[in-house]
Design a binder for this molecule. Structure first.
Ligand code: GLU
Length: 424
């Protein structure tokens, strides 16, 4: 997409950031100056990283680290490895991280990183060299008190371990808090791996209580990776009826409910999703199923103007980042669909990343039970705050508007104190 020039001639890459800010400027009572502060990241860094491949040749991988806003604390956000990564996408994800940390009230700003690469094409050795090269390249701009990366799409605990090790080799000292999502044996937090999903389950439970619904709801989950599989299991254990799940190859459907514990075990053992006895369906069909709750838990831009008129779910729980385009979001909201936005629904991951950083900083380590208990409290409080925002003032807001209003307010209040401006 072409860049546009903003009011002061500064390049605006992220269209979604601009559209969303415009959209909430009224409910959040934003001034021109507020929008000016938030419509651009503070710092964009990119590097084309050369990596030695197994056959002796060198491949060059475009990469990014974008630090959107650090008013509330060190910037925080994952690093994704995906062929489609570009500056616009990382901008949007860094913007969302800024709001996400503010919604759950953890003392971090927002950032995101990415490498344009198809992980499946790399050997383990090549993957390690790329991970280490990335952190060497951005060594000067990341750190436990400045910018703290984490896993995101196609990156995992092993990659975080290599990155911590590489950072420390360059720094010449230990620095466990430089990155989160590490293996527990290397300073990672118990419960981090399933934290995004547990957070999502807590938010759905809180929503169900808020709306006075019962848990016999039919749910379709798009994406059966780390987030989708753990979420399906948590929801199944809580009595929800998971009728459909999918991965990149397609999905399976059973209106009486899928055998989620078996499917989860299959996922953990890298078995094929289609081994169970259930009807098959495409990802497009899954998105338009007549269910109570649709959970996009895969990648961005899944609910768009191409399929928004066909969506039949009453509620959308956004476990992926940015799965609904702004146009589709508006359309669905106008048609009475309740969308629980990504910055609230999937904030459990970064919340436990914060807990991991606290443990690394204090050198006191918590049990999984303690982590999960703290996570529950943090998510429930965030939901209640957003629910209170939803109904305050002169008109009922959507969940997204309420979550954005809360988070933008928190970021601007911090900015205000830093620049000593009256914030009212
Ligand atoms: N990548 C995750 C997210 O999008 C987690 C980020 C983190 O833990 O810093 O929320």
């Amino acid at each position: 997409m072409d860049s546009e020039l903003g009011p002061k001639g500064v390049e605006t890459v992220c269209e979604v950031c601009q559209v969303e800010l415009d959209r909430i400027s009224e409910v959040a009572q934003l001034t021109e100056q507020d929008i000016e502060l938030l419509r651009q990241p503070r710092r964009r860094i990119n590097a084309n990283i050369p990596v030695r491949m197994d056959d002796g040749s060198i491949d060059v991988f475009p990469s990014f680290r974008i630090q959107y806003n650090g008013a509330r604390g060190p910037t925080k956000g994952g690093i994704r490895f995906h062929p489609g990564v570009d500056e616009e996408e990382v901008d949007e994800l860094a913007f969302l991280m800024t709001l996400k940390c503010a919604v759950v009230d953890i003392p971090f700003g927002g950032a995101k990183g990415g490498v344009q690469v198809d992980r499946k094409e790399l050997s383990v050795g090549e993957l390690e060299r790329l991970a280490r090269a990335y952190i060497r390249e951005y060594h000067d701009v990341v750190g436990p008190q400045s910018d703290i990366p984490a896993p995101d799409m196609n990156t995992d605990a092993q990659i975080m371990a290599w990155m911590r090790d590489e950072y420390e080799q360059v720094a010449g000292h230990q620095a466990p808090g430089v990155i989160t999502g590490k293996p527990p044996a290397l300073g990672g937090s118990e419960g981090r791996n399933s934290a995004t999903s547990l957070g999502g389950a807590e938010i759905l439970d809180a929503f169900v209580r808020h709306e006075g619904l019962d848990k016999s709801l039919d749910i379709a989950v798009q994406g059966f990776g780390n987030v989708g599989s753990h979420l399906a299991l948590f929801l199944h254990e809580r009595g929800y009826n998971i009728v459909a799940v999918s991965n990149a190859a397609g999905g399976i459907y059973d209106e009486t409910g899928l055998p989620i514990p078996d499917l989860f075990e299959g996922y953990e053992n890298e078995q094929d999703l289609f081994d169970v006895d259930a009807a098959e369906l495409s990802n497009d069909e899954l998105l338009t199923l007549d269910v109570d709750v649709l959970v996009p838990a895969a990648i961005e831009d899944q609910i768009t103007d191409a399929n928004m008129a066909d969506i039949r779910a009453d509620v959308v729980l956004e476990m992926a980042n940015g799965p609904t385009t702004p146009q589709a979001d508006q359309y669905l909201a106008d048609n009475g669909v309740q969308i629980i936005p990504d910055i609230l629904a999937n904030a459990g991951g970064v919340t436990v990343s914060y807990f991991e950083w606290v443990q690394n900083t204090t050198n006191e380590y918590w049990t999984e039970e303690t982590v999960q208990e703290k996570l529950r409290t943090q998510m429930q409080t965030a939901f209640e705050d957003v629910a209170a925002r939803k109904t305050e003032a002169d008109r009922e807001k959507s969940w997204r508007e309420a979550a954005y209003a809360k988070s933008v307010d928190a970021v601007l209040t911090a900015e205000g104190y830093r620049s000593n401006m009256p914030t009212e």
